[in-house]
Design a binder for this molecule. Sequence first.
Ligand SMILES: Cc1ncc(COP(=O)(O)O)c(C=O)c1O
Length: 399
Amino acid sequence: MKNFELKFNAKAIHAGSKPCPATGAHIGPIYRSSTFVMDNVEQAIRISQGEEEGYSYGRFGNPTETELEEKMAALENGENALATASGMAAITTTLMTFLKNGDHLIAGDIIYGCTYGLIRDILTKYGIEVTFVDTSDLENIKKAIQPNTKVIYIETPCNPVLRIADIGGAAEIAHNNGASLIVDSTFATPFLQNPLDLGADVVVHSATKYLGGHGDIVGGIIVSSKEIISKIRDPHLQFFGGIISPGDAFLIIRGLKTLGIRMKAHCESAQAVAEYLEEHPMVEKVYYPGLPSHPQHELAKKQMRGFGGMMSFDVKGGFEGGKTVMNNVKLISLATSLGCIDSLIQHSPSMSHFTMSKEERGKVGIMEGQVRLSVGIEEAENIIEDLENALEEVKKLGV
Ligand SMILES: Cc1ncc(COP(=O)(O)O)c(C=O)c1O
């Protein structure tokens, strides 16, 4: 028989998943068990010392979690993966594994608000030095390197203004200076970009978003080499304890099976919505990497296989203009989070980026009225009709 390579959807459906070995049930069960029964003490010793593969206690691993990890490792072309309780648990556990007192971290100056807060307020409390830079320009990363730099942390596309960082270029700088590159690829998903293939050491995701896809779980994923994942798992995740629940792991497994077809629909609708908004007289600026006006459009074309479902835009009239749009959409829900099958709109300064001060946001260009839109998989015409009605209300402000 000839071997063949699995394409994205085939991998997403089959990797890691198999029928239940006990009953033959087509879809593997949710293993809701906090502990696992041993044959004898000798086996308990072998498992605890890593001489035999097996499960012992829920915080150290669970078969449903393993299914999710194998699927995500396959989709990100990594050797291994680790599922966590949230995207923030994935980020915190990874950074705490790589960094210690006296080390230096370079991070993007526009990243998800809670990651920014974690780095600015918590890591620095443990004696980790931090430099925030605009990571869309590799020169800024190079200039920030210090002898004690251990990690470069980028988010690409970044939340909320969709700036793109050159993953391959950042990996080269990291490796030439004895550091590691960690990439938050939540906005892209493995359908649109594979940071490990471009040289990153670790990729992290908030699985709450596109991977789960239906807005019904909170979870996170870390993908990397076997060696790095085993260091993050044991002892860091085991001791910090931010593990995923088997029920949530099951819903992410189910979500991943349709990730490819969902992402195609997100990308198609988002492109149409971004082009519509860019032409609208009440819209000042649209931030979407699929638009030729985006400053890193060419880089996005090179390192991504599509531009995703996320965008931000500034409405004429500043805060009043943005607020009027968000308060007048009907199909689109005013809610933080993103990557759901339904469209979500939010006010970035008060929702995803409340942890940054007004001054910090102003410095990096997160405008006070800025609107972030997570384009769902509804038909683009309907999303545009909803926005059209809301933008009509902005016209009435006379701005
Ligand atoms: C880019 C990005 N990374 C990480 C996170 C954190 O994920 P979670 O909310 O699952 O902890 C978020 C949440 O919005 C995000 O947008």
